[in-house]
Design a protein around this ligand. Sequence first.
Ligand SMILES: *Cc1c(COP(=O)(O)O)cnc(C)c1O
Length: 489
Amino acid sequence: MADQKNRRLRIIPPVHEVVSALEHGEEFRPFLANDGPRLTLAIRQALQELRDHLLGEEGAWPWASPADAEREAAVMTGDAEEAEVEARLWGWLREEVLRILTSRSAVSLRHIINATGVILHTNCGRALLAPEVADFVAAQAGHYSNLELNLESGERGSRYVHVEKLLCALTGAEAAMVVNNNAAAVLLIMNTLAAGGEVVVSRGELVEVGGSFRIPEVLKAGGARLVEVGATNKTWLRDYEQAIGSQTALLLKVHTSNYRIEGFTHAVSARELVELGARQGLPVVEDLGSGSFLDGSQLGLPPEPTIGQSVEAGLSLVSFSGDKLLGGPQAGIIVGKKEYVERLRSNQLTRALRIDKLTLAGLEGTLHMYAEGRGPDLPVWHMLAAPPALLREKAERLCSALSDHPKLQAEVQEGFSQVGGGAWPTVNLPTWVCALRPQSGSVNDLEEFLRRGSLPILARIQKDRVLLDGRTLLTGEEEEIIRRLADWC
Ligand SMILES: *Cc1c(COP(=O)(O)O)cnc(C)c1O
């Protein structure tokens, strides 16, 4: 096996050899005329891809199907076979280098079409900003601003003032501040209020969020010691009471955002914990995870505490994400009692975790929309509230545009969309999808074909169909999908 890998790696030609072979090719001339080094860069990238493929899990050439690979392994013994592999290798290199050169842009971060129906898709950037908020961010990006300047006094100001009043008005909290993301918010709170001390958390709430954020690890990173109480399914107030000792620094409640414990369960409410904290002179903090200003039950979603309710319960501090159900940019928002927020601000870590000016602009714009009662117009809430009749129309439009495609069978089907981002993990939002079955190639080929276009389209595979869910499509994207699929053959 290792032998075979080495033999394959040896067949790969060096960069200069590929450059001299390709630079005279007619198809590469347009790129050479004004940008010679770009060809070399593209060749390097293609050769690296080749090596990555060979060194990867499957250890096969990128063009080889598993059947090919087996056949090749069986026959590749003599010079004739090696020549065949070389011919395919050069063919692949030409195509790949051309693809790299012509791909719409050389930048890595691309905008994509999300046809998965997952609204807060963490791999695709979670919440979309409202168009007017995106414009506001763009305008801030190209101009100087009063980020840390008090325009009235002409003196140095604080970047947090731009959102603090809005956050207090929207949540009823005394004070607020923002950091890079909610993980940073929890870390900062632990480090400020509990470093060197103990933090009491229910065993049912030791959450792990994607991207390796785990409550026990974050506490440790903040310098606090975790004291687990209760059982996975049941925790009572007396469990917290018994765990409190001279080392206890705070009581922490964590929203079990991405899972549900159902059946024989009991959890202690924020209000009860706040009363216990008051009796013992301890701060009580809640990591709300997503957090929301709006009540999803109006859309038929199961009840979730809103941020306002958590604040009302009297918690010392409440933290939540900016780019989950809030529908803004990535940020960690902390609201609560003034004395605690002030302690956070004077922690040295705050400087390292501070929010950037573009994020701040996105957050201010988003909060303004809520303050004006236009929260439901934010893309996240708009997608959550999309009426099934509209989704059905979208699916029907897609399917009928593809109805005479020679290599695709398109069918309207009922299905489910997901909220994503760890919010409402068990909720299935009823939707309608355009389900595609390729007449040539596999569903995986079709999914890859959509994903690897110049405007990548992300779709979901279910059984032997590729599903397109209109819930997460923006204006004009249906047409882009139809255009791309016209090239599927
Ligand atoms: C999502 C989540 C986090 C992490 O928030 P980020 O903004 O992604 O850093 C922390 N705690 C809970 C409970 C969460 O759901």
